[in-house]
Design a protein around this ligand. Structure first.
Ligand SMILES: [Ca+2]
Ligand SMILES: [Ca+2]
Ligand SMILES: [Ca+2]
Length: 399
């Protein structure tokens, strides 16, 4: 047995060692404290696919393995793609077992064979257990992989004939290309002489933005850079080819919509090349600002003194005009113009509204286009999808 004082010393030294260790160096005698891993998710970009569904496989990653089970809530959030039309929504809690560092989450994307804009949605991470979130949002991009247009046969239609009138000209757009006997491409942006345009953002091409399918002519407005412009589109005129004075004109089309999208079907006087605008007169049968897709404008423009003047009228419809096909018409007589949508009056004009020479008793030619941006509609924004389409079924002139 050790002497009592020796025991006392040993106890004192041991106590001192233990105390100093606790105070200064936790590693030497306590188990290490495990910090939670962080969770992240990657963005994903895949082609839409053409039949059934396409699996969008997201990988959820931990920055390191954990000795505990990690869980996190995973939900989908609509972007320009929306559930259930474009993908099957998800609201799950997924777990990652101890020692594992990844988990797969699959979102089923609805495939089809029709051309549309690239679309996006998000996979959101929330409510983590035994982990913290480093990246909460996984962006998913559904890339268009189609060339065929979805033409839905719906909406108003008008007859091939009217009592007391003859069909004097029509373009049914049922072929596979533009009929050059009827139409010219207006190419460019109206400059260098800037004879047309309203600070618009599109460059009009000579056929690259025009398609024929299912008995329709389709003008496509795209977001793409060309010759200093950020968008491309098509503008057609029948100048020096087809012009008319009086009668009934029927234009059947499905128009596009969205902030900054400006579809139009309109006419200018045949003397435009010599008299210039606005002396030649302008009749806008249909103009829509894409951000107000249930409001149709019909307007006449003319020269008053040394300046331009206009009479602008409009009609608000119950539903978006972009939802289906409509027939935009003009009934045109001497000293009288009436525009209509689906045979309902939009506007009526006569010489009493024109504080100058009334230029509308002459021959006029057609123009149709989708403009993008410009003074009137303003620019497209994040809510505007591209490409945008105007589908034209027919133009018929009865006299
Ligand atoms: Ca597809
Ligand atoms: Ca598609
Ligand atoms: Ca047609």
């Amino acid at each position: 047995m050790l002497p009592k004082f020796t025991m006392k010393y040993i106890f004192l030294i041991f106590s001192l060692l233990l105390f100093s260790c606790k105070k200064n160096d936790t590693d030497c005698c306590l188990p290490p404290v495990e910090t939670n891993p962080t969770i992240s998710i990657d963005a994903l970009s895949l082609a839409e696919g053409n039949t059934g569904t396409t699996a969008f496989n997201f990988t959820i990653k931990l920055n390191k393995a954990s000795s505990k089970t990690v869980s996190v809530k995973v939900t989908t959030k609509n972007g320009t793609a929306a559930a259930p039309k474009d993908f099957t929504s998800l609201d799950n809690t997924i777990t990652i077992s101890p020692g594992e560092t990844t988990a797969k989450v699959t979102v089923s994307v609805v495939a089809d064979e029709f051309k549309e804009a690239d679309e996006d949605f998000q996979l959101m991470l929330s409510e983590p257990t035994n982990a913290s979130i480093e990246t909460a949002i996984g962006a998913a991009f559904i890339m268009n992989d189609d060339t065929k247009f979805e033409v839905v046969e719906n909406g108003y239609t008008t007859p091939n004939s009217y009592a007391g009138m003859n069909l004097v000209w029509a373009d049914e757009f049922n072929g596979t290309s533009l009929n050059a006997e009827n139409w010219n491409y207006d190419v460019g942006d109206g400059c260098p002489n800037c004879g047309w345009g309203n600070n618009e953002l599109q460059y009009y091409t000579a056929g690259e933005n025009l398609y024929f399918q299912s008995g329709k002519m389709i003008i496509e407005a795209r977001k793409e850079n060309k010759n200093g412009k950020s968008y491309t589109s098509t503008r057609l005129t029948s100048m020096n080819k087809k012009s008319f004075k009086f009668g009934r004109i029927d234009f059947r089309a499905k128009i596009p919509s969205g902030q900054g999208i400006w579809p139009a079907f309109w006419m200018l006087g045949d003397n435009f090349p010599t008299a210039g605008w606005p002396a030649c007169g302008e009749i806008d049968i249909l103009e829509v600002l894409g951000q107000q897709p249930s409001k149709i404008y019909s307007t006449i423009h003319f020269k008053s003194g040394n300046t331009s003047a206009r009479v602008e009228k409009s009609l608000v419809t119950a539903t978006s005009l972009a939802d289906e096909f409509h027939v935009y018409s003009m009934i045109w007589e001497k000293d009288k113009i009436k525009t209509m949508v689906d045979d309902k009056t939009i506007a009526e004009f006569d010489p009493s509204q024109v504080s100058a020479t009334y230029p509308f008793n002459e021959k006029f030619f057609f123009i149709m286009n989708i403009a993008v941006g410009g003074n009137w509609p303003g620019s497209p924004n994040a809510t505007t999808y591209f490409p945008q389409f105007m589908m034209v079924d027919y133009i018929r002139v009865f006299q």
